[in-house]
Design a protein around this ligand. Structure first.
Ligand SMILES: Cc1cc2nc3c(=O)[nH]c(=O)nc-3n(C[C@H](O)[C@H](O)[C@H](O)COP(=O)(O)OP(=O)(O)OC[C@H]3O[C@@H](n4cnc5c(N)ncnc54)[C@H](O)[C@@H]3O)c2cc1C
Length: 424
């Protein structure tokens, strides 16, 4: 978990405090820009951040409980996306106060959208094998290389970039971490179309792009440690699921700041399909089981068994997350376990939904007999077991770092990166 967030529940009734604040401040006639600014100024946009980074220093558990209030009150949530999820906690944990003041406020008020420039064509699971180079040039670094799978890269104003700054050092020691400007000469963002029909991620080519030395987060050569904070936050966030409040896209390219927030809430209520696969959790479980009942499938004993197995997994996941919040019971592998659960729960929801609707699952779009979200969900469900590190990588981490099993065989860890065999 990020060093920036506290571990134990704080002595506040977070939900009640936020509910009072929403009652005093929510107005459907505000623009999105005004509402997000209010949330940011109050500390409620990301309350688990420390106070010096615009948060309230609440525990993750308090923050999640508080966010549910926004869904229950049916108001627009704080800016979503990788800025809030990854960039803010990472910069709060490793950035200087000057960097925190430079970057975090515009994440919290949604003015800047971020992406994660980690994976490369030959460095996904083996992230530490990344080959994008950053070469020092006075007060700047010149960046060349290719990233891929960059979620929301085509909407992002800034990216969390990990690049190799010292190829003569061992693999894990020669990387540095930057806040990278996406809108500059030498950066070519090419959107990729997924099998869902949507464009969620891009490939990003950098050729002579520039980043200032004062945009380096953490010290030179500390990129692996900083990236691991981002990955831990990512895994824990993915495993914790999502809170279903109305959202709008952040950043200059989406430019939704002038929209009336009341209209955003109405549009979210009407939207049944398109743009988003539903989040997994008890709400979706209720929706799927209701569908099974309405189609007369609940007499099937095999289906009933599968429904109960899914219910059990959701409960076990919930308890695991609760344990993860209890500092005294942690093993260190909780973000990885939560991530593994998330992938498995997606697969179970996928299989269950297809068993419920049978051949109708092949139809995209509205069908009176089935839930129109199913086709989209089924196509999306492969992703969660891959992004944020595949299932196999989570198991490797648990094996090596938590259980103390022997490391995978490979060259000695002090071999200079330049001397390691490469795929390209
Ligand atoms: C929807 C989606 C969004 C994504 N968004 C982003 C993003 O915003 N930014 C970003 O940087 N990346 C992103 N990714 C990339 C993601 O992190 C990588 O796809 C993932 O880490 C796997 O890397 P790879 O695709 O290169 O597969 P590979 O590393 O080539 O792996 C291929 C297979 O080999 C297995 N494997 C590899 N190494 C080992 C090993 N040592 N032990 C056992 N099995 C192994 C893997 O588990 C996998 O099954 C996204 C991916 C998806 C699907």
């Amino acid at each position: 978990m990020a060093e920036a967030t506290s571990d134990t529940d704080t002595d506040v009734d977070a939900a009640a405090e936020l509910a009072d604040w929403v009652d005093d401040n929510w107005d459907p006639d505000l623009t999105l820009g005004e509402w997000w600014q209010l949330l940011a100024d109050s500390g409620y946009a990301h309350p688990s951040l420390p106070e010096n980074a615009g948060g309230k220093g609440w525990s993750h558990g308090d923050a999640v409980r508080a966010m549910r209030v926004l869904a229950e009150r049916n108001v627009v949530g704080p800016p979503p996306g990788l800025g809030t999820m990854l960039a803010a906690p990472t910069i709060a944990a490793h950035g200087s106060q000057e960097q925190i003041d430079r970057y975090v406020p515009e994440i919290l008020n949604g003015r800047k959208a971020w992406c994660q420039l980690f994976s490369e064509p030959v460095a996904g699971s083996d992230l530490a094998g990344l080959q994008t180079r950053a070469v020092r040039d006075g007060d700047e670094w010149i960046v060349s290389g290719q990233k891929v799978w960059t979620s929301q890269g085509h909407y992002a104003d800034l990216g969390l970039l990990v690049a190799r700054t010292d190829p003569e050092l061992p693999k894990h020691q020669g990387m540095s971490y930057f806040a990278f400007d996406m809108d500059q000469p030498g950066v070519d963002v090419r959107p990729l179309k997924e099998m869902t029909g949507r464009t969620f991620f891009s490939e990003v080519f950098m050729d002579g792009a520039r980043v200032s030395d004062d945009a380096m987060i953490g010290a030179r050569g500390d990129g692996w440690r900083v990236a691991n904070t981002t990955l831990a936050v990512e895994r824990a966030s993915i495993g914790a699921g999502s809170v279903g409040f109305a959202v709008a896209a952040p950043g200059q390219k989406a430019n939704q700041f002038g929209r009336r927030v009341g209209d955003i809430v109405e549009a979210a209520a009407k939207r049944k399909v398109g743009g988003h696969a539903p989040g997994v959790g008890m709400k979706l479980y209720g929706r799927w089981t209701e569908l099974a009942r309405s189609l007369g499938r609940t007499d099937d004993p095999v289906l009933r068994q599968e429904i109960m197995e899914l219910y059990s997994m959701l409960q076990v996941n919930r308890w695991n997350l609760q344990r993860a919040r209890d500092k005294n019971q942690r093993t260190g592998g909780e973000p990885n376990i939560a991530k593994l659960f998330d992938g498995e729960i997606h697969r179970r929801f996928r299989d269950l939904s297809l068993r419920i609707v049978q051949a109708d699952g092949m139809l995209a779009g509205a069908s009176s007999a089935t839930d129109p979200a199913i086709a989209e969900f089924v196509l999306h469900a492969q992703g969660p077991a891959i992004y944020g590190g595949t299932d196999q990588i989570q198991r490797n981490i648990i094996g090596e770092r938590v259980l103390g099993l022997p490391r995978e065989p490979g060259p000695p860890r002090d071999t200079p990166f330049s001397e390691l065999p490469k795929n390209v």
